[in-house]
Design a binder for this molecule. Structure first.
Ligand code: NAD
Length: 489
């Protein structure tokens, strides 16, 4: 049985509290990557539409009640948004499964509740914030308060659209800013609901705006717009560079969460009963379309054969199929273009002399999925960590096992990358766990686990994986301006 959505939705921009078409009525189509069916017709903004939405957000910031209302009142509305998201979680998860192709079971149990939590967490966290006070003997009192920056451009990718947008929107709103959200054009469905959810929660019109269209047009126009004060961007390293260039003239504040190519290092003393299933998740969750994917699996040579045997069996047991069906563990890739890009690495792997352990072709599929962008979980073994499949972010269900002999060699391979988003270490030796965690140059290290998040903790990348940190006070600082006030007594 399939529950793939067949209704074609109409998706419009959300500007100043209302849905609106583009000024020139242009639209684009969104397809279900599991079937290639058209599932939505989406308004495609012009540069003039972007100008308008940025003006609206500016006006709401300057003259609306949002930034001056009490923190308690503001945060209560953000918490209400979180409640509405939980009330609508099945619907949101279905949409996310329809345009991203991610398993509904994961969206409904994991990402949508996390999205609600993102908002609630930052509302609660904001209410706990204070400022600094510096009594200057008896002559002056000197204190600091944190004020909103202004209008934020929130530009998000297609791999976890709803979760990643709320991860930015929570601190943006809690700090008192207004927002122009630009979701990825391939996956606008779930994010398009955030405007009406904000409105229902009592957030004033003009505070949460959403605009759809191509990154090269709409993303660029937001980046250059002088009403936008700051850009929080999650996406590829290449787009991050373009945004930095385009935003330079208007001297914006930037936070960048970019690509990754994490090393997942498995030492001979690792508990393989834990390391194997978690490393399967780290490789194939969301069809490997996860910035934190542990896509370079470094395995100590003494356990290489045992690891490969267990890992191969676990990958082959993954149920690949219809994202809307409960038992599916892996859906399709997001689009034809991305499917072709990921498949090109199968050719590259062949040319580079990698050994195929499993996968590399289309899985067995139900008839209605024959047109979907599916690839089997694919595992290579390669001795050369400089190979392209070991260096480039493939962003698909393709991982490479790289053998190593010593701790030093493992560290050397782990750090031999332009990326530094995260790393994973498997060992039962506490001293080694610390040594390796300190040695890997990345923003997050998970020891004997993966993707375990505490929203207070800093999250972000070393090297080409990002600029700045999100999470807890790191997010609030980005979305705030510190003001120091000195009063003579
Ligand atoms: P992308 O960079 O192609 O697109 C991301 C967003 O930027 C989209 O909304 C797109 O329309 C927009 N965009 C594209 N060109 C633009 C431009 N010139 N100016 C402004 N905006 C523009 O990325 P993607 O393919 O959607 O996402 C995959 C990438 O995102 C991967 O590299 C992945 O590692 C990264 N990612 C990082 C994190 C993290 O937290 N570090 C999380 C998820 C994804």
């Amino acid at each position: 049985m399939t529950t793939v959505e067949t209704k074609v939705r109409q998706v419009q921009h959300f500007i100043n509290g209302n849905y609106e078409a583009s000024s020139d009525q242009q639209t684009f189509e969104v397809k279900n990557p599991a079937t290639q069916e058209v599932i939505a017709v989406v308004s495609e903004a012009t540069e003039q539409d972007v100008e308008k939405v940025c003006e609206v957000a500016r006006e709401a910031f300057e003259n609306g009640p949002w930034r001056t209302m009490t923190v308690a009142e503001r945060c209560a509305k953000i918490r209400r948004m979180a409640e509405i998201i939980l009330e609508r979680k099945e619907e949101i998860a279905r949409l996310e499964a329809s345009d991203v192709g991610k398993p509904y079971s994961h969206a409904v149990a994991g990402e949508v509740p996390r999205a609600a939590h993102n908002l609630k967490f930052f509302a609660d966290f904001m209410e706990q914030q204070g400022g600094e006070t510096y009594p200057m003997e008896d002559a002056y009192i000197n204190y600091t308060r944190y004020e909103p920056v202004g209008v934020a451009g929130l530009i998000t990718p297609w791999n976890a659209p709803f979760m990643l947008t709320t991860w930015k929107l929570g601190p943006c709103l809690a700090a008192g800013n207004t927002a122009v959200i630009k979701p990825a054009e391939m996956t606008p469905l779930s994010v398009s609901l955030l405007g009406e959810i904000a409105k229902e929660a009592g957030i004033p019109d003009g505070v949460v705006n959403i605009i759809h269209g191509k990154g090269s047009v709409v993303g660029t126009a937001i980046t250059k717009n002088t009403d936008i004060d700051l850009i929080s961007f999650t996406g590829s390293t290449a787009t991050g560079k373009a945004i930095m260039r385009n935003g330079a003239d208007s001297l914006k504040k930037f936070a960048f969460e970019l690509g990754g190519k994490a090393a997942n290092i498995i030492f001979e003393d690792a508990d393989l009963d834990k390391a194997v299933p978690v490393s399967i998740q780290a490789a194939f969750l969301n069809s490997g379309q996860v910035c934190l994917a542990g896509s370079r699996i470094l395995v100590q040579r003494s356990i290489l054969d045992t690891f490969i045997e267990k890992y191969k069996a676990a990958a082959e047991a993954l149920v690949v199929g219809d994202p809307q069906v409960a038992e599916t563990k892996m859906g399709p890739l997001v689009s034809e273009e991305h499917f072709e890009k990921v498949k090109s690495y199968l050719e590259i792997a062949k040319e580079e002399g990698a050994t195929l352990i499993t996968g590399g072709s289309t899985p067995e599929l139900a008839p209605h999925l024959k047109e979907g962008y599916y690839l089997q979980p694919t595992i290579y073994l390669h001795e050369n960590p400089k190979a392209r499949i070991c260096q480039e972010e493939i962003f698909g269900p393709v991982v490479t096992i790289i053998p190593f002999d010593t701790e030093e060699e493992a560290l050397q391979i782990a750090n031999d990358t332009q990326y530094g988003l995260n790393g994973v270490v498997w060992t039962e030796n506490l001293k080694r766990a610390h040594r390796i965690s300190h040695g890997v140059r990345a923003g997050t290290i998970w020891v004997n686990c993966w993707f375990v998040r505490d929203l207070r903790a800093p999250f972000g990348g070393f090297k080409k994986s990002g600029i700045g940190r999100e999470g807890g006070h790191h997010s609030l600082e980005f979305f705030s301006e510190a003001k120091n006030i000195c009063i003579a007594l």
